[in-house]
Write a protein of this length. Structure first.
Length: 455
């Protein structure tokens, strides 16, 4: 496999020919066929890292005859996947056996995160982490670092070098954690402020104020987090919410004066449009309503929720017409078990099945692309191939394993029915092997060494 550090070629004009799929609307709220754009034989033209044109090859080919074309035949090109909740320091502890959330944190997570006070170590892991994202077709993520400011520097330096749009922040944690992982309300505020000034809006990077969860922050620290959001209104807020039954009970004990878990964050001024809450498995009806009113977002992390035995997220409630909340998909590595957003969509489908709901391939892929961009408030720049948007995209090979080649032997889908079937097979059977290439701002940042011939 290969990785490039693309340097955006400032006046480059590039064209790509393949099948293209993206979303222009939310398929949870309109007929699915009206939510997508699909070109079985399409052409996308990219200029200066942004989408300049997209349409049928038959309509556009002549207009761009002077541009050399990268041919991807029967592959499917989609906007890069957006992972709305992941922890980069937890890469090395994926698949830690046997525990549910609170014990898992104590036994595995906290000891691992202490290593990130060493910047050289953090740099090494950040490089592995970002390579793994690109290998899986994920081009943007909302990323937990650790409590150490150096861990944020290491991550953003690596992301900047690769020209990625990434959102991250220093973890805030001043109690109920090992001493060496704790900051104080004041140091958390000062360190976060300095990191915001250093990294927020530096190129494609964005900052998220990141209290770990209510149980590891004092009320005073959460108020400082709220103060940062007031001082820097376009930074993000990233935290965990109502993941596990024991966690919810503990937060109630720690904040007896609050009216539930979400209210702890609300009273600190943390429930806003640019706030993303991971999990929300145990949310009450009133909390769903409050998230809707605040236009805040949830990251649905099915592999993690199953792995830690946290429960089944009520996606149909979050995406109901009466109370529509912004939702993205999250891998939640290292409680999640795969970097692949295809595998994450696969598990989201199964969680929905266990709730007697159907998650269609269009809805699942919307969550992995435009839905994620909306959840992170970056849909003005990313999430689909609207003209002018940043050209981060993934090339998917529907025949990337022998079994997928057998299953998908028929040619490029031409009907909605055939497309639905093809997409569902990609979600159920696809993974990192299905990602043939990943492009950042129109430059190839990853390509797979094993690609089968194009039809
Ligand atoms: N809640 C608080 N910290 C964490 C974490 O690191 N992972 C998950 N899944 N939940 C959390
Ligand atoms: Zn998490």
């Amino acid at each position: 496999m290969s990785f490039h550090s693309p340097s955006p070629n400032s006046h480059s004009l590039r064209a790509f020919r393949s099948s293209f799929l993206d979303f222009t609307h939310d398929p949870f709220y309109c007929p699915e066929e009206e939510s997508i754009r699909y070109f079985p034989d399409g052409l996308m033209v990219v200029e200066d890292g942004r989408v300049k044109d997209l349409g049928d090859y038959a309509a556009l080919g002549e207009k761009y005859a002077h541009v050399s074309i990268e041919e991807y035949g029967d592959r499917l090109i989609m906007p890069g996947f957006i992972d709305t909740h992941i922890h980069y320091p937890q890469v090395e502890m994926i698949a830690a056996y046997g525990e549910q959330l609170l014990e898992w944190l104590e036994q595995y997570t906290f000891p691992t995160e202490t290593k990130f006070k060493d910047k050289a170590y953090a740099q090494k892991v950040a490089a592995v982490f970002i390579s793994e994202l690109l290998r899986n077709g994920t081009t943007t993520a909302l990323v937990f670092a650790t409590v150490h400011p150096e861990s944020v520097d290491a991550f953003f330096e690596e992301a900047e070098q690769r020209h990625l749009c990434m959102i991250s922040g220093k973890v805030l944690m001043d109690r109920n954690a090992p001493q060496e992982l704790c900051d104080t309300p004041e140091s958390a505020y000062e360190d976060s402020k300095a990191l915001i000034q250093k990294w927020h809006k530096k190129g494609r990077l964005r900052y998220a104020v990141t209290p770990r969860f209510a149980a590891t922050s004092s009320e005073e620290q959460l108020r400082y987090a709220g103060q940062l959001l007031n001082e820097f209104p376009d930074v993000h807020l990233h935290t965990h919410l109502s993941e596990n039954v024991n966690e919810v009970a503990w937060v109630k004990e720690l904040f007896p004066e609050c009216n539930g878990y979400l209210d702890v964050y609300d009273q600190a001024g943390l429930v806003k449009e640019r706030s993303l809450f991971a999990h929300g498995v145990q949310l009450t009806d009133a909390e769903f309503q409050r998230l809707f009113e605040a236009n805040a977002a949830i990251a649905f992390c099915p592999t993690s929720n199953l792995f830690l035995g946290s429960g089944l997220f009520k996606l149909e409630q979050a995406k109901s017409c009466d109370c529509p909340i912004k939702v993205g998909l999250g891998t939640d590595i290292g409680a999640g078990t795969s970097f692949s957003m295809l595998q994450t969509a696969n598990e989201a489908y199964k969680v929905s099945q266990l709730r007697n709901q159907k998650l269609s391939p269009f809805k699942a892929l919307f969550l992995a692309t435009l839905g994620g961009a909306k959840a992170l408030c970056i849909d003005d720049r990313l999430g689909n191939f609207e003209i002018g948007k940043e050209a981060d995209f993934v090339v998917l090979n529907p025949r990337s394993t022998p079994l997928m080649a057998f299953r998908n032997a028929h040619p490029t889908p031409e009907t909605l029915h055939a497309l639905t079937d093809r997409l569902f097979s990609l979600i159920m059977m696809g993974d990192d092997r299905t990602v043939e290439a990943t492009y950042i701002l129109g430059d190839r940042a990853y390509f797979s060494p094993v690609s089968s011939p194009m039809a």
